[in-house]
Design a protein around this ligand. Structure first.
Ligand code: ZN
Length: 357
């Protein structure tokens, strides 16, 4: 009997051990749908067909932390995957979202969330103001989300003028962040808000002016993941939205900050492009430092913006930069040119940038 019982135990263990092994082998992240690589081309006058764009779970960072992103090859502004990434933490405490995608796909974004959770939509944090990240704010506020963001993002959003001085379209006040906080230059990397939900500890970390004046990155401590939004990109050249308070020098500082607040294995999730680790930020920072020095030297020699653009300073980086369109390069070099001399201050989330003919 004893022998038999032992045999049963051994057989049970042989069955159990491999299956336990398999359970442990569920390694995150799971990339469900990779971002597109291009090259992508669009005909003259192309309009993004929002009705064709799908919003899908593209990465799973833990059993209850999913990433949503749009179709590739359709959104001219973001051909590798439409719009900006949305993160969704879900469970019995409700849904926490980072960003809301473009307004045109709001219903599809909600439908995709509903494909894996019925929990109520409770908390939304905005990484920065751009429409591919805040476009569906009002829609999700009406689903129940309380919106968090930096104060500079709120001020920029409620400003009755566009950054170019044109009147802004009517704003649905439901889109405006309710809970705001500020970046403290004396304590970079300190969370402004910490939430404990669904077995996670989530930090909203206000950033120095980088992509815009109102950036926030979002750390999920247990999953060891940080949503780093758009101060970094690996599709096209860096884009500091200076009229909204962005800064190339701030992007350089942001990389230094990430060497401190991220560990070597922490997954960093950009708003666009592929997932990375903190070491992947270093060549990006080196490129920013190099271009800043070269543009500063030319501008100090009295070179015009056109002459600096014609110098083709990004040439050494073009072969390793995906999505390196002429527009992306020129926008980057122009931003650096603005920044090395007479860079206007931030007032209420905006900079009054000079207009070039
Ligand atoms: Zn974006």
């Amino acid at each position: 009997m004893k022998k038999c019982a032992l045999l049963v135990w051994v057989v049970a263990a042989m069955v159990a051990i491999p299956s336990m092994g398999w359970a442990q082998q569920t390694e995150y992240p799971i990339v469900v749908i990779p971002t597109g690589e291009g090259p992508f081309t669009f005909p003259e006058g192309y309009q993004t067909p929002w009705d064709q764009i799908q919003i899908m779970v593209t990465e799973k960072m833990s059993p209850n932390l999913f990433v949503l992103h749009g179709s590739k090859g359709l959104d001219r502004a973001h051909p590798d995957a439409s719009g900006g990434r949305v993160m969704v933490l879900f469970g019995t405490d409700g849904v926490l979202m980072v960003d809301t995608q473009n307004s045109q796909v709001a219903e599809k974004t909600l439908a995709t969330i509903r494909s894996f959770t019925d929990a109520s939509i409770k908390v939304l944090v905005n990484s920065h103001i751009h429409g591919d990240h805040t476009g569906a704010n009002a829609f999700f506020a009406k689903q129940g989300a309380l919106i968090f963001a930096q104060e500079d993002l709120r001020l920029d959003m409620i400003n009755p003028l566009r950054p170019n001085g044109q009147p802004a379209p009517a704003l649905d006040m439901a889109a405006v962040p309710v809970v705001t906080y500020r970046y403290d230059p004396a304590a970079p990397g300190e969370p402004a808000v910490t939430l404990n939900m669904n077995g996670e500890t989530v930090d909203f970390i206000p950033m120095m002016p980088s992509r815009t004046a109102g950036d926030t990155v979002v750390r999920f401590r247990n999953a060891n993941v940080i949503y780093i939004e758009d101060f970094y990109r690996n599709f096209g050249y860096p884009f500091a939205a200076q009229s909204r308070g962005g800064s190339i020098r701030g992007m350089i500082e942001a990389v230094d900050l990430f060497q401190k607040i991220a560990g070597p294995d922490t997954w960093l999730i950009p708003g666009h492009g592929t997932l990375i680790h903190r070491e992947d930020l270093l060549p990006y920072q080196a490129m920013l430092v190099d271009i800043l020095a070269k543009v500063a030297a030319l501008r100090n020699e009295g070179k015009s913006l056109k002459e600096v653009l014609d110098a083709n300073l990004t040439a050494p980086y073009d072969t390793t930069t995906q999505g390196d369109t002429q527009q992306s390069k020129d926008r980057f070099i122009t931003a650096v040119y603005e920044e090395v001399n007479d860079f206007p201050p931030i007032v209420d989330g905006r900079r009054t940038m000079p207009i070039h003919p």
